[in-house]
Design a protein around this ligand. Structure first.
Ligand SMILES: [Zn+2]
Ligand SMILES: [Zn+2]
Length: 130
């Protein structure tokens, strides 16, 4: 669980589709963006190049230069300090929440959908008909 708070400060209206927001990140690790490691000489062989087939369990995690690397979608990646919800990657999700909820602070869950795609799940509880 990584509840972030989405502050919607401008919503799309009849005149403009523009919207503005900020996201408050609670910390933790569920929402960090992973990037291909660009440290020089950090060339870890692919765990899938082994002659005896698939990597054993745990083979796709390796510690190098003091940092944990994970083999994701064909590259060794390291976790950045960057929260995915802080970027424009989630703007489509923000648009839906801003349109449906309006101005305000809304609890959201940051969700990685694969292929570099992130989404925000609206956690606002609606008690039907209110
Ligand atoms: Zn975050
Ligand atoms: Zn590295």
């Amino acid at each position: 669980m990584n509840a972030h708070v989405l502050h919607v400060t401008r919503v799309p209206d009849d005149v403009s589709d523009d919207f503005e927001w900020t996201v408050e990140c609670p910390g933790g690790s569920g929402c960090r963006v992973w990037f291909t490691c660009d440290v020089k000489d950090c060339a870890i062989p692919s765990p899938y190049d082994r002659e005896d087939g698939d990597p054993e369990d745990g083979m796709d995690f390796v510690a190098r230069h003091g940092v944990e690397h994970q083999y994701i979608e064909g590259d060794w990646m390291t976790e950045s300090g960057q929260c995915a919800a802080q970027g424009t990657d989630v703007s489509d999700a923000v648009f839906e929440i801003a349109r449906d909820r309006g101005l305000g602070d809304w609890p959201v869950e940051v969700d990685y959908e694969g292929d570099g795609t992130w989404w925000l799940n609206d956690l606002t509880v609606t008690d039907g008909g209110a």
